[in-house]
Design a protein around this ligand. Sequence first.
Ligand code: FMN
Length: 228
Amino acid sequence: MNVLLINGSPRKNGATAKILAEIEHRLTEHIQANCELVNISELDLEFCRGCSGCYRTGACFIPDNAENLSGKIARADIVVFGSPTYVSGISGQMKTFVDRGHFVIEQLLTDTYTLSVVTYENADGSSAAGILEKLCIFSGAVHCGNITARVSPGQNPLAVRRIEKKVAAAVKRLSRAALRRKKRNLVQAIIHSAVFNIGIKPFILKKPDAYTGVLEHWKKRGIGGVSV
Ligand SMILES: Cc1cc2nc3c(=O)[nH]c(=O)nc-3n(C[C@H](O)[C@H](O)[C@H](O)COP(=O)(O)O)c2cc1C
């Protein structure tokens, strides 16, 4: 299975990175995993310019690393998103990539098993985790949970028994779901169906010429009953 781990922290050896490395290690004990870890901070990545050109063309015109990472996500069986909590939300690095990744409109995470990891120091780790969870569910993933880890400055999160247990349980859940090709649970299925069938699909089919790029992606992946 192709596993992609995405670190949204600017610290390549920080708390989030340590948990992602542990997840990578543990996943290889449960499944035959071909893992890749990407540090967003190492990428050449500009802000979204809001031109909406990608909806028509299917790809962003900015010649940086965003499309390459979106391609890796589309090919992955499992994606693990990691971010520190910054001002009650996700890091700027992660947000910049999410804005560029056409996640929700293209349903980029269709048939993908996801997990999110959020570290924090004092408060609001669950707010940041909620942002990543929504991103995954709205983009069509089978979301297998969030790990929120409260970490003191300089502390190794894996030295905290409670965090280590959370990581072990989440990896078990994620690998079991992926191996058994589990479907979304009922709550996720209802939320996703409302977002896609009431929100996104009618909106796009009303103006197909403005969304030819999106429709091509849907056709390729058999999304929304649009066939090749
Ligand atoms: C700009 C900035 C904003 C932060 N905002 C919060 C916050 O709102 N709540 C919190 O509990 N911790 C906050 N923190 C602390 C980090 O979330 C915490 O140290 C995290 O574990 C760092 O992860 P890393 O080592 O992977 O970078 C903030 C840190 C920075 C640098």
